[in-house]
Unconditional design. Sequence first.
Length: 151
Amino acid sequence: MSASVPRAGKVIGVDWGAARIGLAMSDETQFLATPHSTLHTKDKGRQINDVVTLARSVDAVGFVVGLPLQLDGEVGASAKATTLYAEKLSRVSGLPVVRVDERFSSVTAAERLADSGGNARRRGESIQQWKGRVDAAAAAVLLQEWLDQRG
């Protein structure tokens, strides 16, 4: 995971969770991140394979994985599990993985989604569908923040 992500080519943003994985993708110029999809599976092997398959299908050059630090910035159980996931993702894909602080990305994503189109009930979505959209949007938030900081 020590290799840096190339400055051109698509980058996949990953909001990893035990039940769902939100995915986002940058454009080729790494200027704009957009939500892509959400994987709904607890099978960790399948999670990795599905994300690597997506990356290969779009010729991605790397990943940005959100690290769920605690509010005080400490590394807790979720951040440790995410770090293990990121390390395995790098090994299996052969691509560089950058971990970024994702505190508040889901809150920001949910607020933006609500501002743009109302809540799940108004949209006729189930709670699971809404949570999936929030996870994909959170992946876009953390990826966009990384792209913006990188310049």
